[in-house]
Design a binder for this molecule. Sequence first.
Ligand code: SF4
Ligand SMILES: [Zn+2]
Ligand SMILES: [Zn+2]
Length: 322
Amino acid sequence: MALECRDGGVDVKCSLCGAPAVFERKFSGIKLCRRCFMRSIEDKVRWTIGKYKLLERDDYTLLAVSGGKDSVVMMHIMAKIESDFPEASLIAVTIDEGIPGYREVGFKIASKNAKLLNIPHRVFSFKDFYGYSLKEIVEIAERKGIPYHACTYCGVLRRKILNVKAKELGVTKIATAHNLDDEVQTIFMNIVRGDVNRMIRVLSLESIKHPGFVPRIKPMRLIPEAEIALYAYFKGIDFYTVDCPYSQTSLRNEFRVFINEFEKKHPGMKFSVISFFEKISNLLLNSMPPLQLKECKYCGEPSVKDVCRACELLEELGLLDF
Ligand code: SF4
Ligand SMILES: [Zn+2]
Ligand SMILES: [Zn+2]
């Protein structure tokens, strides 16, 4: 949490360098000045990349950047890390789903930050790729009485474009900006839904080796959302805070509130959940046969079934262009 500089009339000092502290990390009790706080976030991302072997020295990494705080901060930190590895390179990609009044703001910010960091930036849209914007897809689904929420189409169709464009661009990794809170919420959601299959699928995704599948990495997965926001604030990074008109008051939001309350009472609980889940994951993955992917019979993209999820959704809408 951000600190008052004085505590009971006594200056609060940075535990690392003795400068005035601006932040206290409750679960460890460490107090940090602005400079040490920012360095601690960057070091954590470096540590995550090393621990999980997320990157090779010569990776060409696609940064999926929406313009929200997590992805813009990821772009800044990855640019800093990449500058130490002359053989590595980055490209920022924004997907324009076609959500009126929402994504326009995001890609202006993504583009401004990419320019600032000297990272090439590309935008790919649902409209160009699939022939329909998300808004049009949602309207068609409503007319046909198909009960899926916009987020189902958005997530599945976005992941497919990213994989296809990553291959066209020749990148070797796709980095997304999921943070610690996102990861913990997802774990709870899968537990509450009793969705073991989905959990196994997500786990297996990280170990997939398939020539048509570009590996995904999450370098920010151990950084709490609040610390990303504070990093952005200290660094003066622009990001947008407009809510997507389709965002639902969902199970994820209920978990966000519950998990944050619980973390306040029991600092460090989010890390404990991640660590517990990792241990279980290793046991599960070691006892499972590796996930075998086929090629979708319509589009050729890697798929667990004969038809990939994106083509399945489009087929149901009558939008698959044979
Ligand atoms: S809230 Fe749903 S529809 Fe909106 S950008 Fe996120 S996933 Fe897409
Ligand atoms: Zn300090
Ligand atoms: Zn397909």
